[in-house]
Ligand binder design. Structure first.
Ligand code: PLP
Length: 405
């Protein structure tokens, strides 16, 4: 028998968050080395606890999740999601246009697969969370990267978006707030993106999984709320706002004129019904979690863990020569820039590997986020502030003498 080969389409797929550097960190841990793993946005791994609202919602209710539910999701959960997204100003949808899945990670492919024919193009942000470029490839499409501009607070570059549109462009993906930059976008930028979508008949996908984790008294706007006449697929979930990554609970909402999206939604129904339903236990907690605004708010307000950890990380980073950054205002991440001339960096994976070996800190290099230059890396701001402060100090000490060879 011939050896079993993997499909060619996998050669484009990359997951650096749990990729070879992560394996190397695991190997080091097996040898008894204590590695600070700043590679995933997984709050539970850093001591964030189960919210009381979620515990109470599950208590004694487990039997309710015994059977398969509606392939779109449990009605009470979809109603709660409807209320949440409508509360953000999104219109032109009902709870029948809500599809619940096992995390945004799963929902992404349910959204892309029914849209794309082989070779269709999708505008994807760079830097951006690689789930999106990977999912476009796997759905048969081709991601075309548009730049988020560091010099403009990491906002999407409107000119660049326009220049990348071709007759094959079908959709535009927005990650708002963005992972890895940790910034979210003002209304003016969102309106300009909506105008482009209307002009070129693009479906907008907006991944808003960090929308409740916004700091500094600011408020997140959903692009769908500014574009009631456009089809928009808004994604969200409980992994981050309620620290429930392991529950695998995400959703998408398709808003805008029904006559434009009916055929597309039929494709989604086909796919989601094929896998019967999403995890029901996680859906049981959706109504209570979405009412529980205290859990996310308490993390991002002054005195809250995320806020204080960001302040600690930023204060230490400022002290490092050869690093610059845009201060983040949301999510769990910072995406600092390295002075590559000073450190002679030509390979950001090598930089991350050298840091791992020298300082026992695991970071994801910028290339893991579809960033083309070797000059960035991502910091996850989830460890307690003293741990984070210490880690950034160690990074500074490492860089004091670093010269890539
Ligand atoms: C922007 C973004 N979208 C989606 C996800 C995955 O979310 P889920 O846990 O709902 O699959 C992540 C996880 O880090 C993320 O950063």
């Amino acid at each position: 028998m011939r050896k079993i080969e993997s499909a060619k389409k996998l050669s484009y797929v990359h997951s650096d968050i749990r990729g070879s550097l992560f394996m190397e960190a695991m190997r080091m841990e097996e040898q008894g080395i204590d590695v600070l793993k700043l590679n995933t946005g997984n709050p539970a791994a850093f001591g964030f606890e189960l919210p009381e609202s979620v515990r109470a919602a599950l208590d004694g209710q487990e039997a309710l999740g015994l059977g398969y539910c509606d392939f779109k999701g449990m009605p009470q959960a979809r109603e709660a999601i409807y209320d949440y997204e409508a509360g953000k100003g999104i219109s032109g949808f009902t709870s029948d246009d809500v599809f619940i899945g096992n995390g945004v990670s799963e929902v992404a492919s349910f959204a892309l697969t029914p849209l794309l024919n082989d070779g269709d193009e999708v505008l994807v942000p760079a830097p951006g969370y690689s789930l999106w470029s990977n999912s476009v490839y796997l759905a048969g499409g081709r991601p075309v990267f548009y730049i988020c501009d560091e010099k403009a607070d990491w906002y999407p570059d409107i000119q660049d978006i326009r220049s990348k549109i071709s007759p094959r462009t079908k959709a535009l993906i927005l990650i708002n707030p963005n992972n890895p930059t940790g910034v979210f976008y003002p209304k003016e930028i969102l309106i300009r993106i909506a105008e482009i979508a209307e002009e070129h008949n693009l479906l907008i996908f907006s991944d808003e999984i960090y929308d409740r984790l916004v700091m500094d008294g600011l408020k997140h706007t959903s692009i769908a709320s500014l574009a009631p006449d456009l089809p928009v697929v808004t994604m969200n979930g409980l992994s981050k706002s309620h620290c429930l990554c392991g529950y695998r609970c995400g959703w998408m909402v398709i808003s805008g004129p029904h006559n434009l999206t009916e055929e597309y939604k039929q494709g989604i129904r086909q796919l989601t019904s094929m896998r019967l339903c999403a995890n029901t236990l996680a859906q049981l907690v959706i109504p209570a979690a979405l009412k529980d605004t205290e859990t996310p708010n308490s993390m991002v307000m002054p005195g809250g863990r995320l806020y204080e950890q960001r302040e600690a990380a930023v204060a230490e980073l400022k002290k490092i020569d050869g690093i610059s950054f845009v201060k983040n205002n949301s999510a769990f991440y910072l995406f600092p820039k390295l002075d590559i001339q000073r450190f002679n960096i030509t390979d950001d994976r090598k930089f991350a590997k050298d840091l791992l070996h020298a300082a026992n800190i695991l970071l994801v290099p910028g290339s893991g986020f579809d960033w083309q230059m070797p000059d960035h890396f991502r910091i996850v701001m989830l460890p307690e502030k003293e741990v984070l402060r210490n880690a950034v100090k160690r990074l500074g000490v490492f860089l004091d003498h670093y010269h890539q060879t």
